[in-house]
Design a protein around this ligand. Sequence first.
Ligand SMILES: [Fe+2]
Length: 205
Amino acid sequence: MSQKFVLPELGFSFGALEPAIDAQTMEIHHGKHHAAYVNNLNAALENAPKFFMDPIEDVLRNFNDVPQEIRQAVINNGGGHANHSLFWKVLTPGGSNQPVGDVASELMDVFGTFENFVEKFSKAAATRFGSGWAWLVLNGQKKLEVYSTANQDSPHMQGHIPVLGLDVWEHAYYLRYQNRRPDYVKAFWSVVNWDKVDQFYQENK
Ligand SMILES: [Fe+2]
């Protein structure tokens, strides 16, 4: 049997995204919320250990192969694991805070201007009712597309590759922003690492 899923290192300090995202939120978000998704995913797969062999993205892409009695738990917790793992990477400090490389030119092709893309993505984030995520994905035609998903549903479930994601669960912003999700979404743009987004785009286009 292969290794169970593990909580990845955050890769930067909890306070590194201040003031956009506060240190206490980051500590709880990574150390409690993401950790719980990983623990619950491992517990759900205890009697189906062959799924430990595959990357979580592959398990989600083929979620219909997961036994029905644990499928929703794997979608929720496996999605939570995959979504947060990507989120930490695109928030890693030190990269360009403006689009760069191939993803920058593709954004212009698809959305006309960067501002137009930001507006569409922010709207997807703001209008997601309840808990969920806003995404920039490579869709089935390998074109960039913006949408949101509910709960922890992953774009991988429809064969799409997320290259940028924004967590709009209240646990991601409530301590600093309370009910002001649009302010959190606005602040998010100041901490996106576009070198990482371009890397994910280039690896999967
Ligand atoms: Fe989250």
